[in-house]
Ligand binder design. Sequence first.
Ligand code: ADP
Length: 487
Amino acid sequence: MTRVLFATSEVYPLVKTGGLADVSASLPEALCRLGYDVNILLPGYPSAMAAASRTGTSPLAQFSIDGFKVTLVESRLPGTAVTIWLVDCPQLFGREGNPYQNDQGEDWPDNAQRFKLFAEVGARIAMGQAGLAWCPEIVHCNDWQSALLPVFLQAYPERPGTVFTIHNLAYQGLFPQTTFAALGLPETLWRYDQLEFHGQLSFIKGGLVFSDRITTVSPGYAEEIQTPELGYGLDGLLRYRRPQLSGILNGIDTRTWNPEDDQYLDRHYGRDHLKNKRLCQTALLQTMGLAANGAALLGFIGRLVEQKGLDWLLSVMPPLLERGCQFAILGSGEARFEAPLKELARKWPAHVSLKIGYDEALAHRITAGCDLFLMPSRFEPCGLNQMYSLRYGTIPVVHAVGGLRDTVFDPADTGIDHANGFCFKSPDPVSFLEAVERALDCHKNRKAWRRLQENGMAGDYSWTQSAVHYGELYQGILAERQTPIKT
Ligand code: ADP
């Protein structure tokens, strides 16, 4: 039973800003099912502490780091057998709302201190210095918030093996040099091949330089981050670490996202009984105040930011509206995208329904009720919504990047028998529109459409396969660390 400490800054349903939270709940649970002994380490934000106290908590250890009082609190991930350890430090983590930003959308000024302390707690647990009876053989870190953990561990020859997973390379944890000095990190780390990045302190480099293995959340993205276009200045380092870098596709929570048994749907359906999908559409049109006029219904859910291709979406909507298409859009984000979307919804009230905000129930209803699901992302480390859509018989139209190109197959590339959606390859709105138009043409051909739906719904999007791959990765590290490297 390999022991794994899974360090993460988000876990669904305790705290979530994006896909990291979903992965941090589903992967540890899938690993536990495979027989791994996994404990999650999470900062004790108020929402997380409150959720944990409903499940039951007990204090495990207390220490002082950098003058801050820390209590390690044990709980359980709701509805699972997975243990979760919360780093309760009210001075640093006791803030309501977003885990990284204040109400104005500005980063907390002490983020570097907050996540340095988080990593230090992880390192103490990993090295058996936290007074616990449990010590990991593998420490699995995720994104920049836990990236200093492998840095702290590298000083110990008898340390556990380390894995660092990149969920989105665009977020790197960059801080001024003065912060590096203020954190009291060893001077020796201030080097271009360690934590220094163009005169700044880079947290993510800690994970990329010092971990035994680096993974990212799809094979496609693992390739793309080694290019100057998507490497954010770290492509050289990632190419250097290529032998230790791999992509493992995320799974989805197939219990929550199951059209046969979805708690948010009044009607259920499956691959060989799709009839009720139409009733889900009727209900969605009603909920969202759209006219039932038999037109194709196109969905979008996600953060309204440039990464998600919002400008391309805004370009293709007018011609598609002219064609009679309807849109169900859910998300929140930047005002420069929210405003024109609101304007389109105002101008086309029977055709465009826009809900600004975060709404889990509506996300399920849109996924079930739409005909097409649009994901014109500029880049997409993995993407979950295309997998939800595929499972719900809703045909995705995606930009062929990252995890989208690993999961969505276009009839033009594979033939209809192996296709499940539509892809566009050139990064521009013209080719996006062309892909949507091909999808709309196919929508008129009942048999071909049904074939795409069946292919999508037959796919295995569960965590089982991915957890097996992570397990193999862990075993590879453990085998390697038992064999001294010959010089
Ligand atoms: P990212 O992590 O880049 O935001 P992902 O596709 O990996 O994108 O994961 C986003 C997750 O958050 C998905 O589960 C998606 O359904 C969900 N989501 C995003 N925005 C909303 C929203 N406004 N309401 C409900 N769910 C949302």
